[in-house]
Ligand binder design. Sequence first.
Ligand SMILES: NC(=O)c1ccc[n+]([C@@H]2O[C@H](COP(=O)([O-])OP(=O)(O)OC[C@H]3O[C@@H](n4cnc5c(N)ncnc54)[C@H](OP(=O)(O)O)[C@@H]3O)[C@@H](O)[C@H]2O)c1
Length: 338
Amino acid sequence: MTNTMQAAQINHYHQNQLVIQPTPLPRLQANDVLVKIMAASINPLDLKIMAGGLKLILPYQMPLTLGNDFAGEVVAVGPNVTQFKIGDAVYGRPRKSRIGTFAEYLAVNAEDIALKPQNLDYQQAAALPLVGLTSYQALHDLMDLHPGQKVLIQGGAGGIGTLAIQLAKSMGTFVATTASRKNFELVTTLGADRVIDYHTENFAEVLSDYDAVFDTRGGHTLEQAFRVVKPGGHVVSISGLPTAQFAKDYGLPRWKQALFGLASHQLMRLARQSQATYHFLFMWPSGQELQLLTNLVERQTLRPLIDRVFTFDHLNQALDYSRKGHARGKVVINIGER
Ligand SMILES: NC(=O)c1ccc[n+]([C@@H]2O[C@H](COP(=O)([O-])OP(=O)(O)OC[C@H]3O[C@@H](n4cnc5c(N)ncnc54)[C@H](OP(=O)(O)O)[C@@H]3O)[C@@H](O)[C@H]2O)c1
């Protein structure tokens, strides 16, 4: 192994192309494993970071290697790591301060990864960690959904939606979702019970009394969610405005807590009016929760859906494709076979 590797980086914010350039191999810390990355997936988070849209909650030093989830093979282990060994096939979402999966190698805390499901290849596995964990944390940890409850999942055909529909069905719920008409068959196959074409129908006029809404859109779509949810229900958004409580839990300084409090004032008012809760979720890495997803995949309850696979050298085309906002499932980058 040499001391350098190829990594896809930005040198400053507002750069809309990544540059593949040589960079030092990541340094292994005591609780880390070093992974040879075989595949990674594109997440809209990569685009938001590049555009500088998350600077308030995620400030990064430049140059920055992008990429927020991966699947690969363990090639070295730190002295404190007991649960993984060289040669293990693993996957994961590294913690936010240590992203950088669009690279040949990644040093990652062993707590943030799990063994790759045996029935998935590396590309399929790379499609799962970020969207799988986000969906699990929204539907299970925050909404605590129970069999027989009704949940609306916005954007059923996307990376999040294709996973969230399957998870919600595995929890025994009735699932409504929004999609373009061309994706009706896809989301129905994944288990959606009610599909709404968001181009021609307003979900807030046709749905009511829902136990929960999983919002992936933010803005006006999120505001309308409070018309659909019933008293005691939950609205969880991953694209809306963060709340003061989120900023506090996330450890942001008081002035940022106040800023987010002001910005989310209208949403909190809507939540009070409909006697529902509103949470902004910024997903967290968790090897333990990922292991639960591995189990679901191996029991064939859950399967990642891949729209397209691009080579590492075509990473910028993959970003452009994702930027259009109509991927069916995930866009994956093949890194190991370059
Ligand atoms: N806070 C967090 O922790 C977190 C974590 C993950 C993702 N996110 C955010 O969640 C959002 C969704 O992520 P993703 O990975 O699912 O993105 P994605 O895969 O790029 O989403 C694409 C999907 O969005 C659908 N879509 C586009 N406009 C829509 C609309 N107006 N109503 C309903 N669906 C619409 C498209 O469906 P059709 O083609 O059928 O129109 C397409 O299938 C992104 O903004 C992402 O940044 C946040």
